[in-house]
Write a protein that binds this ligand. Structure first.
Ligand code: HEM
Length: 426
């Protein structure tokens, strides 16, 4: 997709919700203008509600090198004051964000504990057969020849994998799906019909509370009666004599289901859209499904950039990025979506090229302590999903406009009509 530069620099306002409903090519055009003309531009924050005064505004890092620089220096650009743009009370930060909203040493301590449950070996050892799960999902729809690719296919795989890994009954899948949609789709009426401040808060806290109750009960059950699942690994993991507290477990679970579901789902959905729009790339992958998979999956994550940004907060006066000097408390926003189109790093950045190498995208975050814990799992899920699709429904394609999520944080597709030649379930 080629960007269209319809907005002059002074007319770009990343804080305006309407900006995020503009067509993708226009948004790409605006970020292109920012990278070229003012790569660390300041934006004021809007007054979201009567209750909360507007924050102090934020500097927008739009170039790849600057996003990397901030990610690499967590002591100067920290996560503990929040990683979304609006400021939140401290209790909320941990409740909703767990380790993503923490700094070392606490972040490192908790990440060490949860990583124990997350090594490739640990994941392999658990009953998470990604291939069989992906095949089962296709079986449920394959005879129909049409469907909503997002809700029938793309959203189900990461959800089912997390549910199976954690040892949660599959009957709870829909319950978790609905709550993660609320948490990451707060600005979207489809998920939160009451768009008043009170309505949004009630929906957010209610969804997080529901997930907390579910995992607390399960964690208690596993303490008494351990099983071969990630919940057991998490409640029994010990690092230097320390274990997760019940509230740390609950917050980590909320992060896991939210971070693990919405992101991978959107990578898979954007993948089908891009393959439909670039038939030559689709033919190329189809001709060498396994061989091209490693680079193709990275390109899908770069192309989709499911997480549009995260924020950091400056910890001391004089911290710098390039020539720009910041003051303590300044907020900087790391626009991964923009970094992933930076021509300083990517040749022909607006081309969808499944063989792209090198591909130093920041889709899983920049280098640093918060690099995505689930990157290995996500890559595996995307790879397997496309292997199954190419094998079982090779002519699957998007046949209508995607319905996009209204968000400046998640590059979401809510619905994507698709068709394929019907086949018998296996
Ligand atoms: C394509 C799929 C995915 C994308 C694009 C993605 C993206 C990201 C990004 C950008 C970060 C960095 C946060 C920061 O720097 O503040 C992150 C962190 C994280 N991700 Fe992912 N993610 C994906 C899949 C997953 C999966 C499948 C899981 C788990 C099941 C997961 C769990 C996490 C966790 C726990 C963190 C926090 C790490 C920390 O703060 O130390 N992610 N992810």
């Amino acid at each position: 997709m080629e960007p269209t530069q319809t907005l002059a620099l002074e007319d770009i306002d990343l804080s305006d919700v309407e900006f995020w409903t503009r067509p993708p090519a226009e948004r790409e055009g605006a970020f292109l203008t920012l990278r070229e003309e003012d790569p660390i531009r300041f934006f004021a924050e809007p007054q979201i509600s009567e209750m909360f005064p507007p924050g102090r505004g934020y500097y927008s890092l739009t170039r790849h090198a600057d996003v990397v620089e901030a990610s690499k220096h967590p002591a100067l650009f920290c996560s503990g004051s929040g990683t979304n743009i609006p400021d939140m009370p401290t209790e909320f930060l941990e409740f909703l964000g767990s380790i993503i909203n923490m700094d070392d040493p606490r972040h490192a301590r908790l990440r060490r504990i949860v990583s124990r449950g997350f090594t490739p070996r640990q994941l392999d050892a658990m009953k998470s057969d990604v291939e069989a799960t992906a095949a089962g999902i296709l079986d449920e729809v394959i005879e129909r020849g049409e469907g909503d690719f997002v809700t029938d296919v793309a959203a189900i795989l990461p959800l089912r994998i997390i549910v199976d890994l954690m040892g949660i009954p599959r009957s709870q899948e829909k319950f978790i799906f609905d709550r993660t949609n609320v948490i990451l789709g707060l600005a979207d009426e489809e998920y939160v019909p009451d768009q008043t401040e009170g309505g949004i808060m009630t929906a957010l806290l209610g969804a997080a509370q529901d997930l907390t109750l579910l995992i607390t009960e399960l964690g208690e059950a596993r303490m008494k009666d351990p099983k071969e699942d990630l919940t057991t690994a998490l409640v029994t993991a010990e690092v230097d004599g320390e274990m997760l507290t019940p509230s740390e477990l609950a917050s980590f679970f909320v992060l896991l289901v939210v971070a693990g579901n919405e992101t991978t789902r959107n990578a898979i959905s954007h993948g089908l859209l891009a393959l439909t729009e670039h038939p030559e790339q689709r033919d190329r992958w189809q001709a060498d499904v396994d061989g091209l998979a490693p680079t193709a999956v990275e390109e899908i994550v770069r192309w989709a950039t499911p997480v549009i940004h995260f924020r950091r907060t400056v910890t001391e006066d004089g911290a710098r990025i390039g020539e720009r000097e910041f003051s303590e408390g300044d907020k900087v926003v790391l626009w991964y979506s923009s970094a992933n189109r930076d021509p300083a790093v990517f040749d022909d950045p607006f081309a969808f090229d499944l063989g792209r190498a090198p591909n130093d995208h920041l889709g899983f975050g920049g280098p640093g302590p918060h690099f995505c814990l689930g990157a290995h799992l996500a890559r595996r899920e995307i790879t397997v999903m496309y292997q199954e699709l190419f094998r079982r429904v090779p002519d699957i394609r998007a046949v209508g406009e995607p319905v996009r999520l209204r968000s400046n944080f998640i590059n979401g597709i809510k619905h994507l009509p698709a068709e394929w030649t019907p086949r018998a379930a296996s």
